[in-house]
Design a protein around this ligand. Structure first.
Ligand SMILES: Nc1ncnc2c1ncn2[C@@H]1O[C@H](COP(=O)(O)OP(=O)(O)OP(=O)(O)O)[C@@H](O)[C@H]1O
Length: 304
């Protein structure tokens, strides 16, 4: 069953096209990760799916109908990228207030325990740390036992321990049959949580696949060296030259280095480093608007 669906959705803000002809299905029982660099259109897509914004063209379906219908919205839990909590209310009071909107809310103690906030229930939210506020904001998305939870970069600003605690809570919701759509900049976050990943760049869906397949696509390494003449090497996705250095992009740095040594070419200052996800996206999306799977091919240089 498909819980949420974008059908040929375009969204413009004035002259900016934030999303262009996006198709996306969120099947029940899955954790889908939405991955993309800054400004890719992730928040816009999430906000459209939950009915906070309207599409310029195309259609959104939430639980088979209009996402603005309150009866449908009640089956949804959402934590937007930025949340404000009333600073003078206590943590427990905020949970009670939100719980009152749902017929069968998760009991307060259970919810706070699940999100590592059990000790904080008497504290005013204004006195919570940034990480605690974020955890509370995410916990509130789960209070009404939603069928679908939408989380927009839920762990931004959290330390490693808090991030893991949140992953555990999201993971156990999924283990109980829950459906989650989560956006993130962090590949490891998507790897930890999602089975399926949708890569979005410049307002378009560039890839939609298992986490493993997409990791292969964006797992590009940068091999840098100083050399007078670069031999022909297999598996080179792109070549850049800057300040006397040659930078090769490849999905298999070990093999590339073996091949390089095998050619007998003279080189110095060999360095291998992972490209960041951001960098990989910039390189890949710089090629234009082809789907990622078509873009990352060994026979095409990625960078001019
Ligand atoms: N309210 C708005 N008014 C004008 N332009 C907007 C508005 N919201 C988003 N945009 C633009 O739409 C594009 C997509 O933005 P969006 O926030 O959806 O991206 P994102 O992938 O969520 O980015 P980030 O990872 O930085 O949160 C960007 O170019 C952004 O500047």
């Amino acid at each position: 069953m498909i819980l949420a669906r974008a059908i040929g959705v375009t969204r413009r803000y004035g002259d900016v096209t934030a999303l262009h002809d996006v198709h996306l299905d969120i099947p029940a029982g899955t954790v889908t990760g939405l991955l993309g660099p800054n400004g890719a259109g992730k928040s816009t897509l999430l906000n459209l799916l939950v009915g906070l914004r309207r599409a310029t063209a195309g259609r959104i379906e939430l639980f088979g109908g209009d996402p603005r219908d309150p009866a449908r919205r009640r089956l949804l839990g959402m934590t937007p990228q930025e949340t404000g909590l009333p600073g003078t209310l206590r943590v427990g009071e905020v949970v009670d207030f939100v719980s009152a909107h749902y017929p069968d809310p998760v009991p307060r103690a259970e919810l706070l325990d699940r999100f590592g906030l059990a000790d904080q229930h008497r504290k005013q939210t204004g006195g919570l740390s940034g990480g605690q506020k974020r955890r509370l904001a995410v916990a509130l998305a789960f209070v009404g036992r939603p069928r679908l939870v939408v989380l927009d970069e839920p762990t931004t600003g959290l330390d490693v321990e808090a991030r893991r605690a949140l992953w555990d809570a999201i993971g156990s919701f999924h283990a109980d049959g829950g459906t989650v759509l989560i956006s993130s900049h962090y590949l490891e976050e998507i790897e930890a949580l999602a089975q399926r990943v949708v890569v979005i760049g410049q307002g378009r869906v560039l890839a939609e696949d298992t986490v493993e397949a997409v990791r292969g696509l964006v797992g590009v390494r940068r091999v840098s060296l100083t050399t007078a003449e670069l031999p022909d090497l297999p598996g080179v996705l792109g070549v850049e030259r800057a300040e006397g250095r040659t930078h090769l992009l490849t999905a298999d740095a070990d093999q590339l280095v073996r091949d390089l040594v095998g050619t007998g070419a003279a080189f110095s200052g060999l360095e291998v480093r992972p490209t960041s996800l951001e960098e990989a996206f910039l390189t890949i999306t710089a090629r234009g608007d082809q789907p990622l799977a078509d873009t990352v091919r060994g026979d095409q240089p990625l960078a001019a």
